[in-house]
Design a protein. Structure first.
Length: 345
């Protein structure tokens, strides 16, 4: 009876102590979060309650399971299982803490930074740093779990002699993957493309939605997602409309008759832009840029704060000015001049 009550009592005390400490820690984090609403760190750290309790409970049980005589006939297996659980839960806790710190740092920076381009740059960098930290912690945890098995230690020692050859072979085999990995780090810290940038890739216009260590996702205007390796953005040319500022200049073209009232069109363009809220007021203009035997080419220049707004301004100007010409100056629209054929002799 004593052999049964002792392990049950020890496990019960450990569970109660773990729950109590976890509750006290959560209460402390809630109070600190209420006193410091300017930073979301303490609220984000509350997500780590479960892995913290798991680490604490496993560590206490790992330190006392022999004296508590928990499955004494299988003490080696119990110890190894507890060690594996403790390593896995510790990795989970570290990843959670790192994620909370990164998310809180980005949130505070984004709240106080007036420059949207710098915010997107920091967002890209912290996202990649978070993925690198997570990958490192997971790899170290898996390696530590494997080293708890004695056969794995022997295998590791025997493989050290051939590590150089294996490294060369692995490097050649994973050349593309390593290239994408270093390209992802180069994009993150070289500030060539950021999450939220408007880009044109392979004649496709879209917004960078996600950047990982190996691939990049571009969300097109028609809701499609284009997934591309990050090495593309370090080896091939592409258009980044958000680089150096999101302001854009757009053009609108019309093909009109030679008699089109260009001066009146300039005045009408100014009136139209006053009613288009997306126009930022930086610049506008209208000139004749080309002529053919039948038509002239008229170009209007408009500006906006970003690519989406400049598209809206272009469409509005094109539609309203064409409507105005149709209603008030229909002779300015292009037409084909015909003449009667000469009579047959």
């Amino acid at each position: 009876m004593e052999k049964l009550l002792r392990p049950v009592l020890v496990i019960g005390i450990i569970v109660a102590l773990t729950l109590l400490v976890g509750w006290l820690l959560d209460l402390l984090l809630r109070k600190v979060d209420a006193r410091h609403p300017e930073t979301p760190l303490w609220g984000l750290l509350r997500r780590c309650r479960l892995p913290f309790r798991l680490v604490m409970g496993t560590a206490l049980l790992r330190a006392s399971y022999r004296k508590a005589e928990v499955l004494p006939d299988h003490s080696v297996g119990v110890g190894r299982a507890l060690t594996l659980v403790m390593i896995a839960s510790t990795a989970w806790l570290l990843v959670g803490i790192a994620t909370a710190i990164v998310d809180a740092s980005y949130a505070r920076y984004a709240a106080g930074a007036p420059d949207n381009a710098r915010v997107r740059r920091v967002r890209t960098q912290v996202a990649l740093i978070q993925r690198v930290v997570t990958a490192v912690v997971v790899v170290v945890a898996i390696a530590a779990m494997l080293l708890t098995f004695p056969p794995m230690r022997t295998l590791g020692a025997s493989m050290l002699a051939s590590a150089g050859v294996l490294g060369i072979v692995a490097g050649i085999a994973a050349q593309a993957a390593l290239g994408n990995l270093f390209a992802g780090l180069q994009i993150a810290f070289g500030d060539t493309v950021r999450i939220g940038d408007t880009v044109v890739v392979d004649k496709e216009w879209g917004t960078v939605e996600e950047i990982t260590l190996t691939f990049l996702v571009v969300r097109t205007w028609d809701e499609r997602r284009i997934t591309m390796p990050v090495s593309y953005f370090t080896s091939k040319p592409y258009e980044n409309w958000s680089r150096g500022g999101a302001e854009m200049t757009g053009t609108v073209f019309w093909h009109l008759d030679h008699s089109a009232p260009v001066a009146l069109m300039r005045e009408q363009l100014a009136e139209i832009l006053k009613d288009v809220p997306e126009w930022d007021g930086r610049a506008s203009g209208l000139v004749v840029t080309d002529t053919t035997p039948n038509t002239i080419q008229v170009r209007a220049v408009v500006t906006a704060k970003d690519a989406d707004d400049v598209w809206t301004v272009r469409c509005a100007v094109r539609e309203r000015l064409l409507t105005w010409l149709t209603a008030h100056h229909p002779y300015a629209l292009p037409r084909v001049t015909t003449a009667e054929a000469a009579p047959r002799p």
